[in-house]
Design a protein around this ligand. Structure first.
Ligand code: FES
Length: 351
């Protein structure tokens, strides 16, 4: 039995959007945790984020213009720099001096790395930001390279259901019934788990032959895999095949209480396989689409507010997620260090 604790964690870095979506001189409007946010990229390449509501009469700033330096509201032309500072109110006469900083828009810390833009969503009254270099997971071995394949899909659910689906080993034989992923029959799996920053890691292990034909397509024999998960919903999978390293970042971002974006980014597609990129896009969309479809069905039952029951060991990762989330919220409210509730252990299941 679990208490789903339907709350959204704040004071964390969330995945915002793939870097390539925001070109120099452009702006993009998004919603994160129910907050309207305007992301801009200055002509020099730097990314900013501010609340997408004009402080004058609440028109979204994204309805206005961005010239690569300043955002101009479409209603009365107030202008803001990308950091949210009000820099001009055209209706003021020269002698009508005014402290424009009273009209600044809330800005959000952003951090761009490895082809991804992350945003820090704090509590309204909290201006502190944790160090992004420590808090944002690094895709190992890819320096500042961008992913070669990115797919973002919106799931019609609260974040918890997207995350627990992401870390659920038992659903694959039923939800992902495709020839290239698994043969269909169930096999026993034994995995060693260890605590890692704000989450846990499945210790590096060799995939069994039954784990799927997808990896055979990539080539190089049986790969070794390490998978880590951390709050608020970020999974990094590192697959080593001989001299090749393929990494997959999956990040879950709550848009609102009823919608969640799942971003899948793939790094290190072997050169010989790049010709298959269009096919890989199709497969990734199919894979994510299958997860979305089952989440849509789940919403039918969740409307009745049932008590959800999780079992050992295949649901342990979901249980850890809820424990991690509650501990993060408690540590914040008690102003103390986060204590990872996950302990090293072996889990076994059939999948
Ligand atoms: Fe934005 Fe008036 S509403 S300038």
């Amino acid at each position: 039995m679990i208490d789903t604790n339907n709350f959204l964690l704040r004071n964390l870095w969330y995945y915002a959007l793939p870097s390539h979506v925001l070109k120099p001189g452009q702006m993009v409007a998004r919603t994160f945790l129910g907050e309207p946010v305007l992301l801009t990229r200055r002509l020099d390449g730097q990314v900013f984020a501010v609340k997408d509501i004009c402080p004058h009469r609440a028109v979204p700033l994204s309805c206005g213009r961005f010239d690569g330096q300043e955002v101009e509201c479409c209603y009365h032309g107030w202008r803001f720099d990308p950091g949210g500072h009000c820099v001009a109110i055209p209706s003021l006469l020269p002698e009508q001096s005014m402290d424009l900083s009273r009209f600044d828009v809330r800005s959000y810390p952003v951090y761009e790395t490895q082809g991804n833009i992350w945003i820090y969503i704090a509590d309204g009254d909290n201006s502190q930001t944790s160090d992004p270099a420590k808090e944002i997971p690094v895709i190992p071995g890819f320096s500042e390279q961008s992913p070669e394949l990115v797919e973002v899909m919106r799931f019609p659910c609260f974040i918890d259901h997207a995350v627990t689906g992401l870390m659920d080993p038992a659903h694959s034989p039923y939800v992902h019934r495709v020839w290239w992923w698994r043969a269909g029959e169930l096999h026993e799996e034994v995995k060693q788990f260890d605590p890692s920053p704000y989450g846990f890691t499945i210790r590096r292990h060799q995939l069994s032959e039954s784990m799927g034909r997808l990896y055979w397509l990539i080539g190089g024999g049986l790969p070794e895999v390490e998978i880590s998960f951390r709050l608020p919903g970020v999974r990094v999978e590192e697959i080593t095949l001989g001299k090749h390293r393929v990494c997959n970042l999956t990040a879950v971002t709550p848009i609102s209480e009823t919608e969640t974006d799942v971003t899948f980014a793939l790094y290190g597609i072997p050169a010989a396989l790049k010709i298959f990129k269009p096919l890989m896009y199709l497969l990734v969309r199919q894979f994510l689409g299958q997860d979305r479809m089952v989440v849509e069905k789940q919403q039918i039952g969740l409307k009745h507010d049932p008590v959800l029951r999780l079992i050992k060991d295949s649901d342990m990762q979901a249980q850890w997620y809820y424990q991690l989330k509650r501990e993060y919220a408690r540590a914040l409210s008690e102003k103390r260090e986060f204590v990872n509730p996950v302990k090293s252990q072996i889990l076994r299941w059939r999948a």
